[in-house]
Design a protein around this ligand. Structure first.
Ligand code: AHM
Ligand code: MG
Length: 346
């Protein structure tokens, strides 16, 4: 008898956690798993196929779109549309929501927000990239999904997860009852439970931030970085600096080994760079479920109001004590007014 538990088996087993569920959420997670496997196959052969480099478009965030971004976006949209459990999709790659308006989906209960290929600057250099997803119950009653269905706080997420296309492919997700990680076994084409009940260390010795932007950081972040670099035996400082530039990969490593990831406001990105809906909220849900913490420097990420589909926010996320310490530097040396002044929607 094989001891391997596949993602499909695990999802069915866990369905009993939701006594009134009719299995829609399980099928949605299954659809995401299928799209991830297809994207992983393409990521693995990216160096061979003609899918490297720019697709020659600029996305709505003003960044170059890579061919794999386009491919991943299409795959996830196709899987979610055909699956019949989601009535609208919000994607980093699309300015407006995608309304799934086929007979099967138009009255579906859920909406899905996603960053189909996070870390896109790393695609053509064989460095890990990822997909992030976040699932909400719609707030509109029936018919096609609406923008308002996405304007919910992160605390309302029913499930969230990410896929990391790394040295192995992993899918990590939560439905609010802990975090579980599955590794793709390419020989059988299945995600298998490899990291049950993931917990992140309360404190650790790694900080992840793009220090190239140092001069543009708020004083609280500059002071915290200096604190990380000071010598102190009791707290094992100086800490190590690790920054891949793929948020999913940095946060996945920090989830397992402990650490803090920060993307603060900078004068280049006065509202922060990362997006609340499909990057920060799902990552915050996972990290909190694993015992960590996520804030914008002052406020809990999952309690921020959603006012724009592609809203940006600063992000401090990771080991609980490290995020607390970084926040205390923000409280001491920076002002929440910096966020409000530079962020008219805050
Ligand atoms: P993307 O979704 O366009 O790939 O941007 C998000 C990424 C994060 O994954 C990563 O941590 C960060 O942006 C890197 O930004 P920078 O190059 O400014 O450090
Ligand atoms: Mg991203």
């Amino acid at each position: 008898m094989s001891k391997v538990k596949t993602l499909g088996q695990f999802i069915i087993e866990k369905q009993s956690d939701f006594p009134f569920s009719k299995g829609e959420l399980s099928r949605l997670l299954r659809d995401i798993g299928i799209a991830s496997k297809i994207v992983n196959r393409e990521v693995n052969k990216a160096g061979l196929a003609d899918i490297l480099g720019d697709a020659g478009e600029i996305n709505i965030q003003g960044e170059n779109v890579k061919k794999l971004d386009v491919f991943a976006n299409e795959q996830f949209i196709a899987a979610l549309s055909l699956g019949g459990e989601c009535c609208a999709i919000a994607s980093e790659e699309n300015e407006d929501i995608i309304i799934v308006n086929n007979e099967m989906s138009k009255n579906a209960k859920y909406v899905v927000a996603m960053d189909p290929l996070d870390g896109s600057s790393n695609i053509d250099v064989n460095v890990s990239v990822g997909t992030i997803f976040s699932i909400y119950r719609r707030t509109s009653l029936s018919g096609p999904g609406t923008n308002e269905d996405f304007y919910q706080r992160g605390t309302e997420q029913v499930a969230a997860g990410y896929v990391i296309y790394g040295s192995s492919c992993m899918l990590v997700y939560t439905t609010g009852k802990g975090v579980n990680g599955f590794t793709l076994d390419p020989s059988i084409g299945e995600f298998c439970l490899s990291h049950p009940n993931m917990q992140t260390p309360k404190s650790a010795v790694t900080y992840s931030i793009n220090e190239g932007n140092y001069v543009h950081f708020p004083l609280g972040v500059k002071k915290y970085i200096k604190y990380c670099q000071e010598e102190d035996d009791d707290t094992s400082r100086p800490y190590s600096s690790r920054y891949i530039g793929s948020g999913v990969a940095d946060i996945h490593r920090n989830l397992i080994k402990g650490g803090i990831y920060i993307y603060p406001i900078t004068s280049k990105s006065p509202k922060g760079k990362l997006r609340l809906l499909y990057e920060c909220n799902p990552l915050a849900f996972i990290i909190e479920q694993a015992g960590g913490k996520a804030c914008d420097g002052f406020n809990r990420i999952m309690e921020l109001d959603m006012k724009e589909l592609h809203q940006r926010t600063p992000l401090f996320i990771g080991s609980y004590d490290m995020v607390e310490t970084a926040s205390s530097f923000m409280a001491k040396y920076s002002s929440q007014d910096e966020l409000i002044m530079t962020n008219p929607i805050a």
